[in-house]
Ligand binder design. Structure first.
Ligand SMILES: [Zn+2]
Length: 301
């Protein structure tokens, strides 16, 4: 009833500004009215102040069952059968008269307070204006405060420092990502150079890195010189999932054949059909022994 009667009040105040309510929905905590345009920040404050002023004034909310002929039926839902249905008009003091079959508070004071929240663009230029009413204002404040304090605790800062702390973390993360990318490129260049030499000497090469994955494998592939033979790339740490790739060029052994031999020592490998020149697969979980066995296999091949 608080939310529903409150929505009547918000819509009435918006009507005074010739902003019609096109739709509305009452949520578990947060509700909204859909309006034909976005309100300015100043309008939000003014509408909220005005709603709370009417709450303070303690306007009676009354229900009237008038003669059907006296009711403005343009405000009724299209599917409402006015012949058979009962018509009720809900009044908020002298402020608003609205046909409605809902249950309402008896005085605006019972709304306690109204808080207008964020807006959300919808259906082109329409805007959903979200709001809280009554007991939900306190509940929301309590929950938001708890959430804010938990976040501050995670970030080891005071609640009012969360914004600045997150901004600093974002900056740090961007720098770390950039740096990691450069390191992966450098590592791939060095590994590709070593693989070039091994491939030239033995027609095969093996690279294992604890971290890297397909992004790193692809970087190695980009930096490799034209080669003959096959190259196996593996990444991942014991106890965690990992990645495998086999590349082959003018090799007597196609990638799929190498992959089959790998699958015999590394259990559970999931890989596609691949092509004679490129095969890739995923290791669900590396075991310490498998990493050793794969290195031994590469020596033996
Ligand atoms: Zn109503």
């Amino acid at each position: 009833m608080q939310q529903h009667s409150g929505q009547h009040l918000i819509s009435a105040v918006l009507d005074m500004r010739e902003i019609p309510t096109l739709a509305w929905a009452l949520g578990e905590t947060v509700s909204y009215v859909e309006l034909p345009r976005k309100l300015t920040d100043a309008e939000i404050v003014e509408v909220e102040d005005q709603c709370n002023e009417y709450i303070r004034q303690g306007l009676d909310i009354t229900v009237e069952v008038p003669n059907k002929e006296d009711v403005n039926t343009t405000k009724l839902p299209d599917d409402y059968d006015t012949e058979r249905g009962i018509l009720r008009v809900v009044h908020i003091g002298n402020l608003d008269n609205n046909p409605c079959c809902g249950t309402h508070l008896s005085n605006t004071r019972e709304m306690n307070s109204i808080v207008l929240l964020h807006q959300q663009a919808i259906r082109g230029t329409n805007s959903r204006l979200h709001f809280l009413i009554g007991d939900r204002v306190r509940r929301f404040a309590r929950e938001a405060n708890a959430q804010m304090r938990a976040t501050a605790s995670h970030l080891s800062c005071m609640p009012d420092e969360i914004g600045a702390r997150v901004e600093a973390l974002e900056k740090k993360l961007r720098a770390a990502t950039k740096s990691e990318k450069a390191l992966v490129e450098d590592m791939a260049a060095a590994d590709a150079e070593a693989a070039d030499a091994e491939l030239a000497a033995a027609g095969k090469a093996y690279i294992y890195r604890r971290r890297g994955g397909f992004e790193y494998f692809n970087a190695v592939q980009r930096k490799l010189s034209p080669f003959k033979g096959f190259l196996v790339l593996a990444s991942g740490t014991p106890g965690a999932p990992g990645e495998l790739m086999v590349l082959a060029n003018e090799s007597a052994t196609p990638t799929t054949e190498v992959a089959d031999k790998i699958k015999a020592v590394v259990s559970g490998v999931q890989g596609g059909a691949g092509t004679p020149k490129r095969w890739q697969g995923k290791v669900p979980e590396w075991h310490e022994s498998q990493i050793d066995e794969l290195a031994a296999l590469m020596k033996a091949l």
